[in-house]
Design a protein around this ligand. Structure first.
Ligand code: NAD
Length: 368
């Protein structure tokens, strides 16, 4: 009997609905080719969910996600919902909430440069040659989930000794949270070039000192993998100095958030990077970029990061390695033929090869 997979689609806000439509086209093409059935269930998340239901993560959305074999998310947020009011619902709460509820503690972000796009990097082409990094970011602990508070009118907290605002966030990690993400990184390294950079701030933070000790303890179980400790400030510098020295890079939540955006930027094409968030149950796949409100609704967004999220979904959730390879090959072929969306076009791109969202999706499907 043919395989059937239930996919929960979360288009979200901004360019989300436009790019997810192209990913669905690709899935439908693969379904025909591989005799697989993909059943889709669409649900609301982020700003559109706040507008419709008053919550960035409605109960029905969470139920649909939990009942699926995998979740394909586009992006959430936009100026309409920007607020500094700590009590107002915010679109990103939908993202943090779904990660927490699905127990998605590991965020895997491949940072790869397609040959055809080497010149898109702001770094010299020789510096980015061969860059193939897997960033493994802890996703459900640390500063983003610790207790936080804002107090008004605290004596001495204001300017010139007056009463003012005082705020704090808590960076807290449990041993099990650190060990399981480190294991994900060592397992990934085993299938790659056998090297893990563990990034911390052990010269200052207690959580980092524990992290470093545990990294060495876990490393003892992987004698075939080399472990390198690196301070986060040095890692930020090394990523732009010599990115090809990294293979697997593992780090805690906030450092990972910042370093993965930095690493994304060295490719010069944020519209090309996807991520997988894994836990013990349903996994979630999404592009690394946001909802790009500045270009939403214009049909010019690059759908390739969303389509590359499909590639990751096929690999990690459905174990459809051949189909995943097909997607990657199709994208590579489209780029090699010179087709570009505006964000990845260069000065010397043939203007006739600069295409919109839908056409880019059609080209990928044609190559499948
Ligand atoms: P962004 O990634 O949305 O956009 C940054 C720049 O890259 C913009 O100029 C945008 O037009 C461009 N861009 C991004 N994706 C593109 C694509 N696929 N094709 C072509 N161009 C693309 O980041 P931002 O502007 O800082 O944030 C916009 C909104 O997205 C904010 O509300 C933010 O909170 C949200 N956001 C959401 C996520 C997420 O859903 N995971 C991640 C980051 C930001």
């Amino acid at each position: 009997m043919a395989d059937t997979y239930k996919i929960c689609l979360l288009p979200g806000d901004g360019i989300g609905p436009e790019i997810i439509a192209e990913a669905v086209k690709v899935l439908d093409a693969l379904a025909d080719r591989y005799g697989t059935t993909f059943d889709y269930e669409r649900a609301l998340i982020g700003g559109c969910a706040i507008d419709e239901c008053g919550s960035p993560l409605p109960d029905e959305t969470l139920a649909a996600a939990k009942a699926s074999d995998a979740v394909l998310l586009a992006s959430v947020g936009g100026p309409k919902w920007d607020t500094t009011d700590p009590d107002a619902p915010r679109p990103e709460q939908g993202l943090l909430g779904i990660r927490k509820e699905l127990g998605l503690y590991a965020n895997l972000r491949p940072v790869v440069i397609f040959d055809a796009l080497k010149d898109a990097s702001t770094l010299k082409a020789e510096a980015v040659d061969g860059v193939d990094i897997m960033i493994v970011r802890e996703l459900t602990g640390g500063l983003y989930f610790g207790k936080r508070e804002r107090r008004e009118g605290v004596d001495g907290a204001g300017v010139d000794g007056a009463a003012g605002v005082q705020a704090y966030d808590t960076l807290i990690y449990n041993e099990y949270e650190i060990v399981r993400i480190l294991r994900q990184a060592f397992e990934a390294a085993r299938k790659r070039s056998g090297k893990v950079h563990s990034i911390d701030k052990a010269n200052v933070l207690e959580t980092s000192r524990v992290w470093r000790e545990l990294a060495h303890r876990v490393a003892a179980d992987y004698p075939d993998v080399e472990l390198v400790d690196m301070l986060v400030d040095n890692a930020a510098m090394q990523l732009v100095r010599e990115p090809s020295q990294f293979d697997v890079l593992v780090t805690e939540n906030m450092f990972g958030d910042i370093l993965s955006d930095e690493a994304a930027q060295i490719t010069g094409s944020l519209g090309m990077l996807a991520s997988a968030s894994l836990g013990d149950g349903t996994a979630l796949y999404e592009p690394s970029h946001g909802s790009a409100p500045d270009i939403a609704g214009r049909g010019i967004a690059n759908p390739l990061a969303q389509i590359l999220s499909v590639e990751l979904m096929l690999r990690y959730s459905f174990d459809m390695q051949d189909a995943a390879d097909d997607v990657n090959r199709a994208i590579t072929a489209v780029l090699d033929e010179g087709w570009r969306t505006g964000d990845i076009a260069a000065d010397d791109t043939d203007p006739k090869r600069i295409v919109g969202t839908e056409k880019m999706g059609d080209l990928v499907v044609a190559h499948l």
